[in-house]
Each structure stands twice: as structure tokens, then as C-alpha cells.
Design a protein around this ligand. Sequence first.
Ligand code: 0O2
Length: 271
Amino acid sequence: MDIKLWREILQPYEMAVDELTMKFNNMIKEYHLLEEYSPIEMVNGRVKKISSILEKCQKKNISLDDVCDKIEDIAGIRIICQFVEDINKVVSLIHSRTDIKVLQEKDYITNMKPSGYRSYHIIVDYTVQTLNGPKSVKAEIQIRTLAMNFWATIEHSLQYKYKQNMPPHIRERLSAASTAIINLDKEMSRIRDEIMDSQNSFRVKANIISEILNLMQNLYKSANKREILKIQEEFYRIYRLDDISSLTKFLKELDIIAEGYRAQSIDASFN
Ligand code: 0O2
């Protein structure tokens, strides 16, 4: 198969990866906008390299004509969560979507692979709109925690280095590391509520401060220098209190001042 034909075959997969990555990133944005904890920490995606597709075809004895049907991870999306509990939430989110059809699920968290690999895989059917009309492609969505991802990334590079000949002592160490990852995830789950609370209040505080700074920046253009200096000093005083309700109150007051200046400038432009 020549390279031009490969490009044509892979193009809808590129589109699927771009669109799915964007859609999962939008979910994160929606959670943040609602000031809620996002079960998705980050998302990335890739289209399998031609060399890896050929390698998989050879390993699994798949003819090149069957590539699209039989290789399910040409389009791959990886969703990373903070906690094991988030994985089920993400799985439900995927099931509830009308633009993603779940074809198959592989739970390597309950049923860890002999290598120690843990992750939740969902094979989906996703339709992209090409110049030649709709085209449905398969994609593999891997959902795992940060800790599981750390292990899988290291193990994947070692697999690449040793191919089928990983020395037994490295295999044993990886297996021990996998047990340590299970314990780390369990420990993190125990303090999950506390971590989520602190991350949430950090995000809320960061949003309020960013709104205050935006308003202050706009006021520089319209308010007089003395008033701006007073507002600035007051902001630093409240900032040092490290108290969300004081910051919220300050933001509301600043909003009223900014509104006053906005009204004045509209009046001025009409006169
Ligand atoms: P890449 O380079 O990540 O794309 P098989 O190849 O038969 O083991 P199958 O039936 O295609 O697997 O599906 P499976 O088992 O769900 O695995 C698909 C993908 O999961 C793999 O793709 C890996 O990304 C990941 N994976 C599965 N098992 C392991 C493992 O033991 N260690 C690590 N690090 N990753 C794993 P590819 O094509 O193998 O690799």
C-alpha cells in the first residue's frame, strides 16, 4: 500500500482523534465553569503510526484489507483521572453520549493483565463528517489514573527496549511497582474528599482573583489614579486575609464601581 493511500485511510481517524480530544476537553471546561470537580484530569490522543499498524497486523496475522475492521486502536484517546473512583464516572459519561457508540469494554482494572497493566478500555464507534459524507471509525478510549498511567508509560518503554525478551528481574520489579501503584491509588482514594475540597476552593479562589484583576485592569482606563490606588491597596489587604468570602464581597463591590464607570462612559458617548 503506498503512503498516499495510507494517508487517505488514516485521515478520518485523525479527525476522530481531534474531535474526541476536543469534546473531552470541553467536558473539563464545563465542570470548571460550574465550579465542580472534573473526573477527567487530562486527555490526549494519537493516531497509531503506520509502522505500529503494520507490526500489529504481522503479530495478529491480520491482512491489510482488514486493518480498519480488526485493529481497534488506530484512533486512540487516553483519559487520565486523579482517582480510581473517577474512572466509573467517566465510563458513565461516555455511555450517556449520543455521539459515541460503545462497542466493547475491557476492564483491566478489575482484571489486571499478567504484566501488571491496569486501565479501563472502551472501544467505540464514532462518526466523522468527511468531504465524501459521514464515515464511522473505531476508536479505543483508555481510562486510567495518573498513577496507572505512570506505570504503563514506564512499562511500555521497557517493552519497546526489550521487545519479547524482558529480563525476569525487571519483570519482577515492574510487578512489584504495579502492586505499589494499587496501594498508592487506594491511599489517594482514602483522602479523596479532602484533596477535592482543597482543589475546588483553590480553583474558586483563582477564578475570583482573575475576575478582580480583570475589573481592576479595566478601571485603570476610566477611574482616576487616586481611586485606583485605594482599590489596589484594599485588594492587597483582602488578598492577605486569604478568605474566599471577603474576596467575593470585594469582587461584588468592585463590580458595582466598574458598572458605574461603564454607565458614565455610555452617557458621555451619547452627549
Ligand atoms: P500502543 O503502542 O500503546 O498503541 P494486544 O495487542 O493483543 O495485547 P489488544 O487486543 O489490541 O491487545 O487490546 P488491548 O489488550 O486492550 O491493548 C490495547 C492497548 O492497551 C495497547 O496497544 C497498549 O496501549 C495498552 N496495553 C495493553 N496491555 C498493555 C501492557 O501490558 N502494558 C502497557 N504498557 N500497555 C498495554 P498496543 O498496540 O499494544 O500499543
